[in-house]
Design a protein around this ligand. Structure first.
Ligand code: HY3
Length: 676
C-alpha cells in the first residue's frame, strides 16, 4: 500500500507510535467476522506489532488476508483488536522521532497493571534496564512467592504495552509460574501465557528499593548500574561459572550458555515477537514461504506427542470426514511433520481441530486428529493425556476457542476437558493449580475411554511355514484375542509367540520380526477381519496394532491390585514407548470379558520404558461394566465397558516448521527404509 491509509492520529502502541496513516488495514476474512487487521508498514523492521487480529475470530490464521498469509515477510498474529488500539487514540501520541525507548519518560497514563499492583512511577530502582532499556525507576519489583525463594520479579510499567521484557523470575524458583505475584496472573492485561515473554533470572535478593528516610543507603551490587557494554551477567549470590551459567547478549538477548545441572533448568525463554529475538529464528518464524507449521512437543512416558496447533490446512465436515480429507489431500503434510528430517519413525502427533460436530453441539470443547508414521489413527491414550495438559495450559483462543468454557473445580483442583477424537468423545480430567489456570504436572491426567469391548477371544491363527519365525519352533499356529479400545488391538502373549523369557529379557529385533509377519498375516484372515468390524462405524474397523503382553511382570505403583506389561506395535510397525492408553481400555475390556477383572479393581499397565524407569505406568479402573454398543454393523450389538486411564505427560519443546524453496528432500518427509 501507499503510506496513506487515510487513518488519522498515531498508533496507540508505544513500541510502534507511527502515524495511523501508515498502517495497512484489512478486514478479517472469517465468516461473519467484521473485525479488522492492522499492520504497520513503515519500516521492514518496525519494532511494533506488525499484524493484529481480533480476539473473536476463531478461524485465524486461515482468516488472514491471503497475500499476508503467504506473501508477507511480517506475520505476527497477536490477540489485539483493532478497536482496542483505536481506544487509545485519545492518548497523546508518542513522538515518532523517539528512536530509543530508553529515553522514554514515565508518564501518568493508565498503568497496564491491576489496581492493587499499580506503582508510582518511582520505584527507586536505579540505572537502566539492561533488557528493555527503560529507566529502572519505572520497573515494578515484587518478591517471588515460591516457598523459600527470595528472588525478585521485575516488570516494566511503561504505558502502551512495552514491547520489552515484562517479567523475570529467578532460576532457583522451581514453582514458576505458580509463583506469580498474586493478582498478576488473573488480572494483568499482559497475560504471561499469551506473550511468553522472557523469563530471566533476577537480581540478587534485596530489600525493596522504595527510598526510606533515616535509613543509610544500602550498598548494592547492581549489574544494571555498572553494566558491561556487551554482556549482562545474571546476578547470583555466587560467582558465575563461564561455561555453565546463562549469559545474555545485552543487545540481542541470546543466551550464550545454559546451565547444565539438572536442577538448574534454563530460565531464559526467548520471545517470538520481541524485536531483539535471535534474528534468524525470527525471520524463519515469519517466513514468507507460507505453510509454517507450529507445534508444541510433549511426551508421555517417553512416547512423543507433537501437538500441531497452527498451520495444518483447514479441514471441513464431521471429524471423521476431516480425517478422510486429511488422509486424501494432506498426507504429505502429515509426513512432513511426522517423518524425517523433522520427525522420526516413531513420532506421534495430535492435530488440533477446533470445529467438529461435537464441538458444535456443545459436547466437546475441541477436536483432534491423531497421526503417526503411517497415517491417522482413531484413538490415542498417551496423546490424550498430553493434550489434556496442553488444553488447560493454553489461553490462546485462536488455538482453543472454547478455552474459556472450561470450568475448573477449585476445590478438587481439576478441570474437565472433553475432546472429540475420531473414535468418539473422550472425557479428560486434568489436575490444575489452585487458580485453575494451569495444569499441575505432579498429578496424573485421567480420561474415560469411549466404550471398549472384547471382540473375540482365543482366535486360532495358523502360521504358514513361509511366515514363521525361529522362536515359534515347530508350532504351526498360535492363539490370540481381539479387543477394541477406540482402535482394534490383536493381543498376544509373548510366550505364545515363542519368547519364553517374556518381556523381562528379549530381543527387540526378534520380536519385531515376528510381530511384523504376524500383523500382515492377520489382516488376511476372514475370522480376524470379522472380529474387526466396529458396530457403529466402518472407518473404525481396521487392525491398528498387535500388542504383545506379559502378564507376569510390571512396575506396580502403590494402591494397585496388579500389574502387567505390553509391547505395542502399531501403524507401520511403530513401537509405543508408553503403555498405550487406548489398548489399556481394550485390555480391561478383555480381562472383564474373561472374568479376570472386576469393577473397582485398579490395574497398572506398563511399557518396557515404564518398567525401565520404574515410573509412569498407566493405572486403569473399570468404571462401568454395562455399556451397550449398537450400530448398523451388528445385528446383536456388543456389551462394552468404560475404563478410566491415568497417566502423566510433560512438555519437551516447541517447533516452527517450514520448507525452504527447492528443498525436495524434506518437503514430504521420508523414512530411511523408503530410500533403500
Ligand atoms: O496411548 C495410545 O493409545 C497410543 N500410543 C501410541 C499408539 C496408541 O495410539
Amino acid at each position: 500500500m501507499t503510506h496513506t491509509s487515510g487513518r488519522r492520529g498515531f498508533c496507540g502502541l508505544k513500541v510502534c507510535s507511527h502515524a495511523n496513516g501508515s498502517h495497512e488495514i484489512e478486514e478479517c476474512r472469517a465468516k461473519r467476522c467484521r473485525i479488522q487487521w492492522k499492520r504497520c508498514n513503515v519500516a521492514p523492521d518496525c519494532a511494533g506489532v506488525e499484524l493484529r487480529i481480533c480476539k473473536t475470530c476463531p478461524n485465524h490464521p486461515g482468516a488472514g488476508p491471503s497475500h499476508w498469509e503467504h506473501g508477507s515477510n511480517k506475520i505476527v498474529a497477536r490477540n489485539y483488536m483493532i478497536e482496542d488500539l483505536e481506544d487509545k487514540k485519545s492518548r497523546k501520541p508518542q513522538k515518532s522521532t523517539q528512536s530509543n525507548p530508553a529515553d522514554a519518560k514515565p508518564t501518568k497514563s493508565k498503568s497496564p497493571l491491576p489496581k492493587t499492583e499499580t506503582m508510582s512511577t518511582n520505584s527507586g530502582l536505579k540505572g537502566d534496564c539492561a533488557t528493555c532499556r527503560h529507566v529502572m525507576n519505572i520497573h515494578q519489583k515484587s518478591k517471588c512467592a515460591a516457598r523459600r525463594c527470595r528472588f525478585n520479579w521485575l516488570r516494566c510499567t511503561v504505558p502502551g504495552d512495552c514491547n520489552g521484557v515484562y517479567y523475570r523470575v529467578c532460576k532457583q524458583c522451581p514453582n514458576h509460574p505458580a509463583a506469580w505475584p498474586e493478582g498478576w496472573e488473573a488480572t494483568s492485561n499482559q497475560d504471561p501465557d499469551e506473550n511468553k515473554e522472557q523469563l530471566l533470572d533476577d537480581e540478587e535478593p534485596e530489600p525493596e528499593k522504595t527510598p526510606q528516610k533515616n535509613k543509610a543507603p544500602q550498598k548494592r551490587s547492581n549489574t544494571y548500574e555498572t553494566p558491561r557494554p556487551d554482556v549482562v551477567r545474571m546476578n547470583h549470590p555466587r560467582k558465575p561459572h563461564p561455561s555453565t551459567d546463562i549469559q545474555v547478549d545485552r543487545h540481542r538477548q541470546i543466551p550464550t550458555a545454559y546451565k547444565t545441572k539438572s536442577d538448574s533448568r534454563p530460565s531464559l525463554q526467548l520471545c517470538n515477537h520481541h524485536p531483539n529475538t535471535m534474528d534468524l529464528a525470527r525471520q524463519f518464524e515469519e517466513s514468507p514461504s507460507g505453510e509454517i507449521i507450529k507445534c508444541i512437543d510433549m511426551h508421555t512416558t517417553g512416547e512423543p506427542t507433537r501437538i500441531i496447533y497452527s498451520g495444518f490446512p483447514a479441514l471441513n465436515g464431521t471429524l471423521l470426514e476431516q480425517r478422510d480429507q486429511a488422509k486424501s489431500q494432506y498426507d504429505h503434510i502429515r509426513k512432513r511433520i511426522m517423518l524425517e528430517p523433522r520427525g522420526h519413525y516413531d513420532m506421534y502427533g495430535a492435530i488440533i481441530i477446533p470445529e467438529t460436530e461435537l464441538v458444535q453441539s456443545g459436547e466437546a470443547h475441541i477436536g483432534t486428529l491423531f497421526t503417526h508414521n503411517g497415517g491417522f489413527s482413531t484413538m490415542c491414550g498417551h496423546a490424550t493425556i498430553a493434550l489434556g495438559r496442553f488444553l488447560v495450559d493454553t489461553h490462546d483462543l485462536t488455538t482453543f476457542p472454547k478455552r474459556n468454557e472450561l470450568k475448573p473445580d477449585l476445590v478438587a483442583r481439576e478441570v474437565d476437558v472433553n475432546i472429540h477424537a475420531p473414535c468418539g468423545l473422550v472425557r479428560v480430567v486434568v489436575p490444575t493449580t489452585a487458580d485453575g489456570r494451569k495444569s499441575d504436572p505432579s498429578r496424573s491426567v485421567r480420561f474415560l475411554s469411549t466404550p471398549a469391548y472384547c471382540a473375540a477371544t482365543d482366535l486360532e491363527i495358523p502360521i504358514p511355514r513361509e511366515l514363521t519365525w525361529p522362536e515359534l519352533g515347530d508350532r504351526t499356529s498360535l492363539r490370540l484375542d481381539v479387543s477394541y479400545g477406540g482402535a482394534f488391538y490383536a493381543l498376544v502373549d509373548i510366550r505364545e509367540l515363542g519368547f519364553q523369557t517374556g518381556l523381562r529379557e528379549f530381543s527387540l529385533e526378534a520380536v519385531t520380526v515376528a510381530v511384523k509377519r504376524l500383523k500382515r498375516h492377520l489382516v488376511t484372515l476372514p475370522h480376524v477381519i470379522e472380529a474387526l468390524q466396529h458396530p457403529e462405524e466402518s472407518r473404525l474397523s481396521f487392525l491398528y496394532s498387535v500388542m504383545v503382553v506379559d502378564h507376569e511382570i510390571g512396575s506396580k505403583p502403590d494402591g494397585v491390585d496388579g500389574a502387567e506389561t505390553g509391547l505395542c506395535f502399531f501403524a507401520e510397525d511403530q513401537i509405543d514407548r508408553s503403555p498405550t492408553g487406548s489398548c489399556v481400555a481394550a485390555r480391561v475390556a478383555l480381562a472383564h470379558a474373561k472374568g479376570t477383572r472386576k469393577q473397582g479393581q485398579k490395574w497398572a499397565y506398563n511399557s518396557i520404558v515404564t518398567n525401565h524407569f520404574d515410573t509412569g505406568a498407566f493405572v486403569s479402573s473399570l468404571v462401568d461394566e454395562d455399556v451397550k454398543i449398537e450400530g448398523p454393523n451388528t445385528k446383536t450389538g456388543r456389551n462394552g465397558v468404560t475404563v478410566l486411564v491415568e497417566g502423566k505427560a510433560y512438555y519437551t519443546g516447541t517447533m516452527t516448521f517450514f520448507v525452504e524453496q527447492g528443498d525436495f528432500t524434506s518437503e514430504s518427509g521420508f523414512t530411511l527404509n523408503s530410500c533403500t
